[in-house]
Design a protein around this ligand. Structure first.
Ligand code: MG
Ligand code: ZN
Length: 224
């Protein structure tokens, strides 16, 4: 992060960037410690609005809740729709953060929300980030892994346009693969872009409406 001041004499960089980054990292580390203490494996699920994050989470909760205590934190600018869609799938606790306009979750928001999670009995936590592929990539939540999700309807160039998000992802989920043809998107393009950017990074193709591929996501996260 860099900060500039534009004056009539010219534009100068203000040297506070490192402090901000160090502070953000401190807050992420506090979460990491909390998750470690409580034996929680936490995952940050990012992706645009409509990519299928909530459907993926609901599907994973359904598959895991028999043998794991699953917690879900859903982040959105407004509404409790996502939390409501996950409820009833077997999660032990589902909490919704409304950021009130902020377009990403940050570590301190997640930390404060964790105060409302049961102190024991949760060993898997899915955090649904606010829907966009840009700023959430710059805010570490202190999780084990970030899952970046894209859907076929977002176009063939979605990976190359959002390098920071895909640089920081541990797994990419390519959703709505069933409609790629209908929206004239050749999925080999985003897959090739990913391979160029992150050789060997795992990509799982899903159709979260039918549940296709969700078992593979669960396995890829080491939760099977
Ligand atoms: Mg959602
Ligand atoms: Zn943001």
């Amino acid at each position: 992060m860099r900060l500039f001041e534009a004056t009539e004499q010219g534009t100068v960089e203000i040297e506070i960037g490192e402090d901000i980054e160090a502070r953000l990292e401190e807050l992420a580390e506090r979460n990491r410690e909390l998750f470690r203490e409580r034996g929680i494996r936490a995952f940050d699920i990012t992706g645009s609005v409509g990519a299928g994050k909530t459907s993926l989470i609901a599907g994973m909760v359904e598959r895991l809740s028999g043998r794991h205590g699953v917690g879900v934190i859903a982040g959105d600018v407004a509404t409790t729709r996502d939390a409501e869609r996950v409820t009833g799938k077997g999660a032990r606790k589902v909490l919704q953060i409304n950021t009130g306009g902020m377009c990403h979750l940050d570590a301190s928001l997640v930390y404060r929300t964790m105060e409302r999670m049961p102190e024991s009995g949760i060993d898997v936590l899915f955090i649904e980030n606010v829907g966009n592929l840009i700023c959430p990539s710059y805010f570490s939540l202190g999780v084990e892994a970030r899952v970046a999700m894209v859907s076929a309807s977002e176009g063939a160039h979605v990976i190359e346009k959002h390098p920071a998000m895909f640089e920081s992802a541990a797994l990419v989920v390519l959703n709505k693969t069933d409609i790629a043809e209908a929206v004239a998107v050749d999925l080999s393009r985003p897959v090739a872009d990913l391979e160029a950017m992150r050789p060997g990074l795992r990509v799982v193709r899903t159709n979260c409406l039918t549940g296709e591929g969700i078992d593979e996501v669960v396995e890829a996260l080491g939760l099977a």
